[in-house]
Design a protein around this ligand. Structure first.
Ligand code: IPD
Ligand code: CA
Ligand code: CA
Length: 267
């Protein structure tokens, strides 16, 4: 399948940053045993990836703005377009040698995310979408397969992924109320540790739903358009559109979204 010029720009940038990130991931294993641990090394890898993405994306679309988790904040001459980038989503996994992490690139036009890419360099899973044009998956074997959310309609059949509060992050008591309310109703609850991949995996139908709080725009931007283009309903936890502003998300097909929203609100 032929992608648009815009998606090709995003794919080229992600593959370039991904090659270095994958090499660095290979090194993390050796560093686990060193006294200092791999934390500093991972921070450097993260920054290097953001720098590559910034250089590639700004070279291809010179006027666009750029917001990156590692601190890049560029206001472009074209104030209607902004890249929203997480160079490494799933840092804790990366740091622990768990191959579940991703580069996430979203493009916002005015207030709407119009294109998204999520790429796991360790598995080469790539998820892309443009608003109104569908969502596509590729990996080492498959080329550009159209994505569709899972068709399961009952919470009792659903495998759901979530984020969990942890030391210094999020509301533990609320998290515990929400997870126990959901656990009682679903076939399985998971915590994989990459918000971007959680959304992408809802888009592929691997997960039936995903919710999380205390997120940042770069965790969500790309995944919102990818999941929506695959047919998911994506809202904040009030059922509204303020995902990026409130840093929270619920994504699922319409039936599961409705039931899960009710369950979470009651928790
Ligand atoms: C984190 C991951 C994780 C989520 C955290 C995020 P990072 O992003 O997406 O799944 O639970 O809230 O901060 O720090 O690995 O880029
Ligand atoms: Ca992140
Ligand atoms: Ca990050």
């Amino acid at each position: 399948m032929l992608h648009s010029a815009l998606l090709n720009v995003m794919i080229k940038a992600a593959r370039k940053a991904g090659r270095t990130l994958k090499r660095d991931f290979g090194e993390v294993e050796h560093l686990q045993v060193s006294l200092k641990g791999p934390a500093n090394f991972v921070t450097a890898a993260d920054r290097k990836a953001e720098e590559t993405l910034r250089a590639e994306l700004i070279a291809a679309r010179p006027g666009y703005g750029f917001i990156g988790e590692e601190g890049t904040n560029i206001t472009g001459s074209d104030t209607t377009h902004t890249w929203i980038v997480d160079p490494l989503d799933g840092t804790t996994n990366f740091l622990h040698g768990i191959p579940h992490f991703a580069i996430s690139i979203g493009l916002k036009r005015e207030d709407t995310v119009v294109a998204g890419l999520i790429y796991n360099p360790a598995t080469e899973d790539m998820f892309v979408a443009e608003r109104g044009k569908g969502a596509f998956f590729s990996d080492q074997r498959l080329r550009d397969q159209r994505m569709r959310v899972a068709a399961r309609r009952r919470l009792a059949d659903a495998v759901v992924t979530c984020g969990l509060p942890h030391l210094g992050h999020g509301d533990l008591a609320l998290g515990q109320r929400e997870t126990s309310a959901v656990q009682a109703k679903v076939a399985g609850l998971r915590r994989f540790g990459s918000a971007a991949l959680d959304l992408a995996w809802v888009a592929t139908g691997r997960f039936d739903a995903y919710w999380e709080r205390s997120l940042q725009p770069w965790d969500l931007a790309a995944g919102i358009v990818i999941a929506r283009e695959a047919g998911a309903i994506v809202t904040d936890l009030d059922g509204k559109e303020a995902m990026l502003e409130r840093g929270e998300v619920l994504a699922a097909n319409d039936a599961i979204h409705r039931d899960l929203l009710k369950t979470l609100k009651a928790a």
